[in-house]
Design a protein around this ligand. Structure first.
Ligand code: PEP
Ligand code: MG
Length: 612
């Protein structure tokens, strides 16, 4: 939740010298990862963080054009390769999308437009590709024929591929370009946020986003102070201006006065001291005052995050969002071997506590598979288990890797499988058939693998809630995804700043749904854990504990506050609070009521409590 002392101290000292202006501008957004960051603005022009405008001196223009031409050739090679892979995995008729991309890449006319842009405007190739494609996209929007107009998305796809090639492993470059800065963008993709190095980038601010969007979840995972939902923020700042962000309150201050800078430096020091305090408590057992053990596990998106398990003393990984392997893989979907390596590492590191590998939750607001057209409504589209079953080779490869990696000499599987975004019992049945077939194949091939790996179902759609009992008969365990569940139950986009206040897991409808699922799991006698962001929030955790949910997986940096909460409450009190809150009729009533109990528990939870 806090920037590293090294980075912040350097900037703290600098700021004392820099702040000398007489006006400051304050903006409010949604603080999604705590901590104060003080730095200078680094404007980024696209969610992927790749497009930064650079001036090219005259003598380097031809070299820049050569760089562009090489990128076009590399893109052609990539598309050919993707077509081959695509035809192996998917039906061949879908490859026509990639054929269209290849034609565009071979179109000399298009290439000439980009080269003219580099030459005339003396800009870098990334910028020229973006500029030219924007111009083309604008023309496409005016076409009346539906089919032709839709081809605009192919232009965007090709431009995206070229920019990606030109900028290489761009997130690393972004770290270098923005070193000691605060990134300001309209939006950032979760995969870009995941690649930010908190030792180099001090924080970020975006116009788009909400508390439970994946970009915000990632900010908390990589522990980088962040504020989202600041309206038109890119139009309100200039690169190089001094900026302070407070990731707890969501305040953003541009050109701060010297006394403001002093205030925030002190606040940051207090927060860092508090952080150390938390770390000292890491060995204290997470047991309620009336003796109930609560499991505190970690949600992990990147394999590198595994070190946080030890730092926060987590009981293994309760949710591994495996789809982030896709953004890190060399090309396209990660291979069986790439996946095996990652899962084996998790299995070895987590030991007996184990790790839950969620099968790819591609789509939604996360990552999109190359070659698939962007969807109009991705949150409700061909995502997660739907995609894994539609193209079952994806699931088979992943399951092979999981079963192989789960094997442990003591005979107990160290990994569990989790199926995301289930909305139909048949999806679970089909996935189980596929898993059984993969097991048979591995046996026939005499490849060592674990038997009887547990298969869990994520409860994150209203259909899964209503069908909780029959689903519980098919599943080895439930995992409650409160982020998608809140989104779909309340019909509120989890990543939309305009409705962020309505995104509220404390809404009685959500609480009642959770209670029904918890009771169903108990009735059918299967375990249930919670892996949505609700498990990271003290006020909301009281509700979960009160409903008997004592296996919680959360963003690792939330573990200290939740440990403290668990140790300061009695389970029987949580039960009383939850049963009263569930009977209330409006979210505001629930917040008011729970707040009084938080007040009684002490002020230490206020900073971390998020009220929708
Ligand atoms: C959820 O929806 O609550 C969840 C844990 O999954 P994700 O946030 O990755 O969609
Ligand atoms: Mg989800």
């Amino acid at each position: 939740m806090f920037p590293t002392p090294l980075a912040t101290r350097t900037w703290g000292e600098k700021m004392r010298g820099l702040a000398g202006k007489t006006t400051e501008l304050r903006y409010e957004g949604i603080g999604v990862c705590q901590g104060v960051a003080i730095g200078s603005v680094f404007l980024v022009d696209d969610p992927r963080g790749r497009i930064v405008r650079m001036f090219i001196p005259k003598h380097q223009v031809e070299a820049e054009i050569k760089r562009f031409r090489e990128a076009v050739r590399a893109a052609q090679r990539q598309v050919h390769q993707a077509m081959r892979r695509f035809q192996e995995v998917f039906s061949s008729e879908r490859a026509y999308i990639l054929e269209a991309h290849l034609m565009m890449l071979k179109d000399r006319n298009l290439g000439r437009q980009v080269e003219d842009c580099i030459r005339e405007n003396r800009v870098n190739a990334e910028w020229a590709v973006r500029d030219t494609s924007n111009h083309l996209l604008h023309i496409y929007t005016k076409i009346t024929d539906d089919y032709l107009r839709e081809r605009g998305s192919d232009v965007a796809d090709v431009a995206h591929r070229l920019i990606k090639i030109l900028s290489g492993t761009k997130a690393r470059d972004l770290n270098e370009l923005a070193a000691n800065s605060i990134i300001v963008a309209d939006d950032l993709l979760p995969s870009v946020a995941a690649d930010l190095d908190p030792r180099r980038v001090l924080g970020f601010v975006t116009s788009a986003g909400g508390w439970a969007s994946h970009t915000s979840i990632i900010a908390r995972s990589v522990n980088i102070p962040a504020v989202v939902g600041v309206r038109d923020v890119t139009g309100r700042v200039r690169s190089g201006e001094t900026i302070i962000i407070d990731g707890t309150t969501g305040t953003v201050i541009v050109n701060p006065l010297p006394e403001t800078v002093r205030f925030y430096i002190e606040l940051r020091e207090r927060q860092q001291a508090e952080q150390l305090h938390y770390i000292e408590e890491r060995e204290l057992p997470p047991v309620t005052r009336d003796g109930r053990k609560v499991e505190l596990r970690a949600n992990i998106e990147l394999i590198e995050e595994i070190e946080t398990l030890q730092r926060f003393n987590a009981a293994g990984v309760g949710l591994y969002r495996s789809e982030f392997l896709y953004s890190q893989a060399a090309s396209g979907l990660p291979t069986e071997e790439e996946q095996y390596e990652a899962y084996k590492f998790l299995a070895d590191t987590c030991g007996e506590d184990g790790a839950v590998i969620r099968t790819f939750d591609l789509g939604g607001d996360k990552l999109h598979l190359d070659g698939f057209k962007p969807e109009r409504n991705p949150a409700l589209g061909l995502r997660a288990i739907r995609l894994s079953l539609a193209v079952d080779k994806i699931l088979r490869t992943q399951v092979r890797a999981i079963l192989r990696a789960a094997l442990h000499p003591d005979g107990n599987a160290r990994l569990k499988i989790l199926l995301p975004f289930v909305s139909n019992l048949d999806e679970v049945r089909r996935a189980k058939e596929i898993i059984a077939e993969v097991e048979r194949d591995l046996r026939a091939e005499q490849i060592p693998h674990a038997e009887d790996v547990e298969i869990g179902v994520m409860i994150e759609t209203p259909a899964a809630v209503i069908m909780a009992e029959p689903l519980a008969r098919e599943a080895d365990y439930f995992s409650l995804g409160t982020n998608d569940l809140t989104q779909s139950l309340l019909a509120v986009d989890r990543g939309n700043e305009n409705v962020d206040k309505m995104f509220d897991p404390m809404h009685p409808a959500v609480l009642r749904a959770i209670k029904y699922v918890a009771d169903s799991a108990r009735k059918i006698n299967i375990p249930m854990n919670v892996c949505g962001e609700m498990a990271s929030n003290p006020a909301q955790v009281i509700m979960l504990l009160g409903m008997g949910l004592t296996d919680l997986s959360m963003t690792p940096s939330a573990i200290p506050a939740i440990r403290r909460l668990v140790r300061s409450i009695k389970l029987e009190d949580a039960e009383k609070i939850a049963s009263h809150a569930i009977a209330l009729e409006t979210p505001a009533d629930v917040h008011r009521y729970v707040q009084t109990h938080l007040n009684e528990l002490g002020s230490q939870f206020f900073a971390t409590a998020h009220f929708g």
